[in-house]
Unconditional design. Structure first.
Length: 295
């Protein structure tokens, strides 16, 4: 298979997958339980999620490893299972993709530790991400995606760890919130221009945004990134709209048809890879695919 960036250079628009957490809870994940551990204890259910997105038309599927770094796993007493969980996560998605031209992307989220607060050193962060990405690579991932990032400095360390210890392509996406003055910033106060610039400087092959916004706002974010970094490859994983609290839980209002209706504008804004985050399902991905993408 070609590298993902090779396909993007050829002008392909690729379709990624959608949310995993919703599926896990539907399959019995309990509040307070570690979702990543299901790669060891409920592998068939996790594989079914990956396969569901493949059947919906995804060109790219992620792994159930978003929180599988040592700092997150220690909350569940699983810090000694980093390699086992990440390797299994990649193997599960790889099995689901067997015999198909599907890319497996190792998902890696933030550690929850803050460099600026002195919670952790750069060397400690580096070692943490090195441990995770090497296990994902060993399990068969084609690329690494550092997603839902808020601190560009942490993202840069993570990208460096992946680049120096694997031969995988590296994706990095940030979550941006819209301020009262209609500008976007990460939780740490970085603008899209600042955050994306830091990731590209660190060596990211693909950049973008995920979570925190519905597809309409993601169009604005994509336009900013494309304007400031015209040669960059951009991945967008939007929520199914902004969450609404109903009957004690968050619900997401955008149907597959509503979300898919914005896809042409998202492509025009400059997105190269389109998938979903919170609230999205295989039906959302199928609707996106049916707009003529990835073919």
């Amino acid at each position: 298979m070609k590298k993902i960036t090779e396909l993007l250079r050829e002008g392909r628009i690729l379709v990624s997958d959608g949310a995993w957490g919703t599926f896990l809870y539907q399959k019995g994940l309990q509040a307070g339980e570690c979702p990543d551990e299901w790669c060891l204890t409920h592998a068939s259910e996790v594989e079914d999620i990956a396969r569901s997105y493949i059947l919906a038309g995804s060109d790219i599927i992620e792994t159930n490893s978003f929180g599988s770094n040592r700092y997150n796993l220690e909350h569940f007493g699983l810090q000694d299972k980093v390699k086992d969980i990440n390797k299994a996560a990649a193997q599960i998605s790889r099995r689901a993709a067997a015999g198909k031209d599907i890319y497996v992307i190792g998902s890696a989220g933030p550690t929850g530790k803050f460099l600026m607060m002195g919670d952790v050193t750069e060397n400690e962060l580096y070692d943490c991400y090195k441990e995770q990405v090497t296990a994902l690579a060993e399990g068969g991932a084609d690329a690494i995606c550092f997603e839902t990032m808020s601190d560009p400095d942490e993202a840069a360390v993570a990208i460096k760890a992946a680049k120096e210890n694997t031969d995988l392509e590296v994706i990095c996406t940030f979550t941006f919130d819209k301020s009262g003055d209609n500008t976007y910033h990460t939780l740490m106060g970085s603008t899209p221009t600042e955050a994306i610039g830091k990731a590209l400087e660190a060596g990211a092959d693909i950049i973008g945004s995920n979570c925190g916004n519905g597809v309409e706002r993601m169009i604005e974010i994509t336009e900013i990134i494309r304007h400031d970094y015209p040669e960059a490859f951009i991945l967008i994983h939007a929520n199914a709209g902004l969450p609404v609290f109903v009957d004690g839980k968050n619900t997401y209002p955008e149907t597959p048809e509503i979300m898919a209706s914005y896809v042409p504008k998202l492509i025009s804004a400059g997105a190269n890879i389109i998938g979903g985050c919170c609230g999205t399902t295989p039906e959302h991905i199928r609707a996106i695919k049916e707009r003529g993408l990835g073919v």
